[in-house]
Design a protein. Structure first.
Length: 80
Protein backbone atom coordinates (compact mmCIF):
# COMPACT_ATOMS: atom_id res chain seq x y z
CA UNK A 1 0.00 0.00 0.00
CA UNK A 2 1.35 3.41 -0.88
CA UNK A 3 2.23 5.78 1.95
CA UNK A 4 -0.04 8.58 0.71
CA UNK A 5 -3.13 6.41 0.36
CA UNK A 6 -6.39 7.86 1.62
CA UNK A 7 -6.46 5.23 4.39
CA UNK A 8 -3.05 6.31 5.64
CA UNK A 9 -3.95 9.98 5.46
CA UNK A 10 -7.17 9.40 7.41
CA UNK A 11 -5.33 7.25 9.94
CA UNK A 12 -2.66 9.92 10.39
CA UNK A 13 -5.28 12.63 10.83
CA UNK A 14 -7.15 10.59 13.45
CA UNK A 15 -3.88 9.84 15.24
CA UNK A 16 -3.10 13.56 15.41
CA UNK A 17 -6.62 14.31 16.61
CA UNK A 18 -6.33 11.67 19.34
CA UNK A 19 -2.97 13.04 20.49
CA UNK A 20 -4.36 16.56 20.62
CA UNK A 21 -7.45 15.47 22.54
CA UNK A 22 -5.32 13.43 24.94
CA UNK A 23 -3.31 16.58 25.68
CA UNK A 24 -6.51 18.56 26.16
CA UNK A 25 -7.87 15.92 28.52
CA UNK A 26 -4.66 15.85 30.55
CA UNK A 27 -4.62 19.66 30.79
CA UNK A 28 -8.24 19.66 31.91
CA UNK A 29 -7.50 17.04 34.55
CA UNK A 30 -4.42 18.88 35.77
CA UNK A 31 -6.48 22.01 36.40
CA UNK A 32 -8.31 19.92 39.00
CA UNK A 33 -5.41 17.71 40.17
CA UNK A 34 -2.02 19.27 39.31
CA UNK A 35 -0.06 16.05 39.92
CA UNK A 36 -2.21 14.00 37.51
CA UNK A 37 -0.29 11.65 35.21
CA UNK A 38 -1.16 10.28 31.78
CA UNK A 39 -1.91 6.91 33.41
CA UNK A 40 -4.24 8.56 35.91
CA UNK A 41 -6.57 9.86 33.22
CA UNK A 42 -7.14 6.27 32.10
CA UNK A 43 -8.80 5.57 35.47
CA UNK A 44 -10.69 8.73 36.39
CA UNK A 45 -12.93 6.74 38.72
CA UNK A 46 -9.96 6.67 41.12
CA UNK A 47 -10.35 10.45 41.47
CA UNK A 48 -13.75 11.75 42.58
CA UNK A 49 -12.75 15.23 41.37
CA UNK A 50 -12.51 13.85 37.83
CA UNK A 51 -15.27 11.28 38.06
CA UNK A 52 -17.82 13.94 38.92
CA UNK A 53 -16.53 16.80 36.78
CA UNK A 54 -18.70 17.37 33.68
CA UNK A 55 -16.06 19.21 31.64
CA UNK A 56 -13.47 16.47 32.23
CA UNK A 57 -16.05 13.83 31.31
CA UNK A 58 -16.95 15.75 28.15
CA UNK A 59 -13.31 15.89 27.04
CA UNK A 60 -12.92 12.21 27.90
CA UNK A 61 -15.95 11.43 25.74
CA UNK A 62 -14.44 13.27 22.78
CA UNK A 63 -11.28 11.17 23.06
CA UNK A 64 -13.35 7.98 23.29
CA UNK A 65 -15.23 9.04 20.17
CA UNK A 66 -12.02 9.56 18.21
CA UNK A 67 -10.80 6.13 19.32
CA UNK A 68 -14.13 4.60 18.23
CA UNK A 69 -13.79 6.11 14.77
CA UNK A 70 -10.23 4.76 14.51
CA UNK A 71 -11.40 1.24 15.36
CA UNK A 72 -14.41 1.43 13.03
CA UNK A 73 -12.25 2.52 10.10
CA UNK A 74 -9.71 -0.19 10.84
CA UNK A 75 -12.48 -2.80 10.82
CA UNK A 76 -13.85 -1.39 7.56
CA UNK A 77 -10.42 -1.42 5.97
CA UNK A 78 -9.97 -5.09 6.92
CA UNK A 79 -13.29 -5.98 5.28
CA UNK A 80 -12.53 -4.22 1.98
Amino acid sequence: METNSPWNEINQLLHEMAQGQHSTLLSCGRRLIPSLTTDDILQPNDFPELENHPHFRYEEGLLAGIHSVQMALLALKERL
